[in-house]
Design a protein around this ligand. Structure first.
Ligand SMILES: [Zn+2]
Length: 230
């Protein structure tokens, strides 16, 4: 298993325990976008192998309801396993129930803190590509703040970025951040099925993703061409 391999080579920590001194570490992040049940399974697996990480809960999720008893119990179980509970915020939702973004964020922090019975120290954005006014929010670690990492590896759509994953496995970085979405690894759905589902269910996003990949490819080809000329 990937995590077991990484545990042999890195000190794995949640965001709230990032060392202040210049010690190498890997910070392990889980954005709980779709399923608390999948998050709990992952939390139990990590607990068995002696790993603690950060689980970011999305209070405004369309896919689970943080206010029902079962969800509250799951969030508390993840916390009791020794993992950090953070807030996965989506400022697009705040227009529905808050005067402004900071009011919406503080409101959600209060709710999450009352669910887990302790202070929340870390936050992450559900829409990291948009404007993010909370990157340097006093008193909180923002997982999207690039200052806390020297490489960012994520499993977007269960498709690892091959280059960044290989750099991570080579142990050449001192402060990698690894984002794993628990919902991508529940069950035995293979990457091709996931990709097909993405293309069918989210055609607009998949078109953007395709355009982004084509753009990246062209930039790479152009830079290779330029370096050959030099
Ligand atoms: Zn998210």
């Amino acid at each position: 298993m990937l995590i077991e391999y990484l545990k042999q080579n890195y000190m794995i920590v949640p965001f709230s325990e990032i060392p202040k001194e210049d010690t190498p570490y890997l910070v392990l992040r889980h954005d709980v976008d779709l399923s608390l049940v999948a998050a709990l399974k992952m939390a139990k697996t990590e607990h068995k192998i002696g790993i603690r990480s950060s689980y970011f809960i999305l209070l405004s999720s369309n896919n689970y309801n943080c206010f029902n008893g079962e969800s509250i119990s799951i969030i508390r179980q993840i916390c009791e396993l020794g993992h950090e509970i953070g807030l996965h915020y989506d400022t697009r939702q705040y227009k529905c129930y808050a005067h402004n973004d900071i009011y919406g964020l503080k409101l959600e922090l209060q709710v999450l803190e009352s669910i887990i019975g302790r202070k929340v120290h870390s936050i992450s954005s559900h829409a990291p590509k948009g404007p993010n006014s909370f990157l340097e929010l006093s008193g909180y670690v923002n997982a999207d703040n690039s200052k806390s990492r020297d490489i960012y590896v994520h499993d977007s759509r269960k498709l690892w970025t091959a280059v960044s994953l290989s750099i991570l496995l080579s142990n050449s970085k001192k402060r990698p951040q690894l984002l794993i979405h628990p919902c991508h690894w529940e069950g035995k759905t293979d990457p091709r099925t996931k990709l097909r589902r993405f293309l069918v269910e989210e055609p607009f996003q998949s078109l953007l993703w395709l355009l982004y990949k084509v753009r990246t490819l062209f930039i790479r080809i152009l830079s290779t061409h330029e370096s050959c000329e030099n």
